[in-house]
Design a protein around this ligand. Structure first.
Ligand SMILES: Cc1ncc(COP(=O)(O)O)c(C=O)c1O
Length: 393
């Protein structure tokens, strides 16, 4: 069972870091991240496992270096991420590239040994025509099912533009044969943050497609392993999930005689819990007795977009020792009503006040579990606000 990793930061440490580095400030704790990497590298599946860190979750070079030291490989979601990884000294063979936009510098990336995954018929054709291409390639397929914590995080099914639609597989296979190319890697990423209980169905969908692809020797099931941001949420139990994967891969081998390597591409599960965003309460306003009390902070969507974009919920704590609590809505400093840090659950349109310690202007506030899709996915520079720094403790 994955240990409960409810991070918390002490008032004293937060103030010390804030005095040293200023706020807003991302504080990263690599210890938790590294132990999660070790846990994944220790997972047992029958015919081999490749763990690829999804760099887009948090491309901080120190995190990339740490995971490289732990033996992880990498998943790049753009050719620019792939180039960045190569520049950080990651060997091409450890990088898998699957992107919506056709790769810039494709010949150079192939020359460097980057494992290319075509995500459409067009990309397959570009690969076939590319200089330095190998005779093998990966193919991302939309299996027709999706799993995400909302439709904006679901990358499979009719509503998602990711991968080749599964019904067009025969044409792609025909084309590859004509070009003398073997499609030996199948990539199926169906979304992020979805119900951990769906992993069996997702692997079945992937194996069903692999069965139609005789040259496939590895199945990349993508990422999307859920973490618990709030109490009561169920976190993906990776030993349990990998056991299920193992059973299904063994059944597939029994049925087809094919022993597939499994690849996974976790991002969030590895880094989300390893960070807290420290911000300062710069003003407090309210909208009368029937309205809301708002804590204005010195961060917001220019550093942390998930709340405004998805209605995502993160634990928030006012770092003072006042033990009287009251309801506050917490907002960012950007001149946008959508810059709310406490939206209603999964509803960016709504306001979801939280019970927090009675607060004074100048108090520090902690936003937890901000290691993934926070510093890496924000409207940097909006309203010309300086970007939150990132420090490792
Ligand atoms: C292709 C691909 N792989 C891996 C991931 C990582 O997902 P997560 O961070 O939820 O594990 C994503 C994220 O959406 C993705 O698009």
């Amino acid at each position: 069972m994955t240990e409960d990793v409810k991070t918390s930061i002490s008032i004293a440490v937060a103030h010390e870091l804030a005095a040293q580095h200023g706020t807003p400030l991302y504080v990263y704790d690599p210890v938790g991240m590294r132990s999660r990497a070790q846990e994944l590298m220790g997972l047992q599946v029958p015919y081999g496992l490749t763990v690829r860190y999804a760099v887009k979750a948090n491309p901080h070079p120190k995190i990339v270096k740490m995971f490289s030291e732990e033996g992880l490989s990498f998943d790049a979601s753009s050719s620019y991420e792939a180039v960045q990884l190569l520049e950080q000294g990651i060997r091409g063979e450890r990088i898998s590239l699957s992107s919506q936009q056709p790769a810039h510098k494709l010949p150079e990336l192939l020359q460097a040994g980057v494992k290319f995954v075509a995500t459409s018929q067009h990309q397959l054709e570009l690969f076939a025509a590319a200089e330095n291409r190998q005779d093998t390639v990966g193919l991302r397929v939309n299996p027709g099912i999706g799993s995400g914590f909302n439709n904006r995080n679901t990358t499979g099914g009719v509503g998602a533009s990711f991968g080749l639609w599964h019904q067009y597989l025969p044409q792609a296979l025909q084309f590859a044969r004509e070009q003398g190319i073997k499609i030996d890697r199948l990539h199926v990423h169906v979304g992020t943050g979805g119900d951990p209980g769906k992993w069996g169905d997702i692997l079945d969908a992937g194996l069903h497609i692999a069965e139609q692809m005789p040259d496939v020797t590895s199945l990349d099931i993508g990422g999307g392993f859920k973490i618990a941001y709030m109490d009561g949420e169920v976190e993906a139990d990776m030993p349990l999930v990998s056991e299920l994967f193992g059973q299904k891969l063994a059944e597939f081998a029994e049925k087809t005689g094919r022993q597939l390597l499994l690849e996974i591409e976790p991002g969030r599960w590895l880094v989300a819990h390893g960070s807290v965003l420290i911000t300062e309460v710069v003003d407090i306003v309210d909208t009368g007795t029937d309205g809301y009390a708002f804590l204005r902070t010195n961060t917001g969507m220019n550093d942390f977009l998930r709340a405004a974009m998805y209605g995502a919920q993160h634990r928030i704590e006012v770092l003072n020792d006042i033990n009287e609590q009251t309801d506050y809505a917490v907002v960012g400093h950007n001149c946008e009503t959508s810059d709310i840090l406490t939206p209603a659950p999964h509803d960016p349109e709504g306001i979801g006040p939280r019970k927090l310690n009675r607060t004074n202007i100048g108090d520090l506030l902690a936003i937890y579990d901000t290691g993934a899709y926070c510093a890496s996915m924000s409207t940097k520079g909006y309203n010309a606000y300086p970007t939150a720094q990132e420090v490792f403790i």
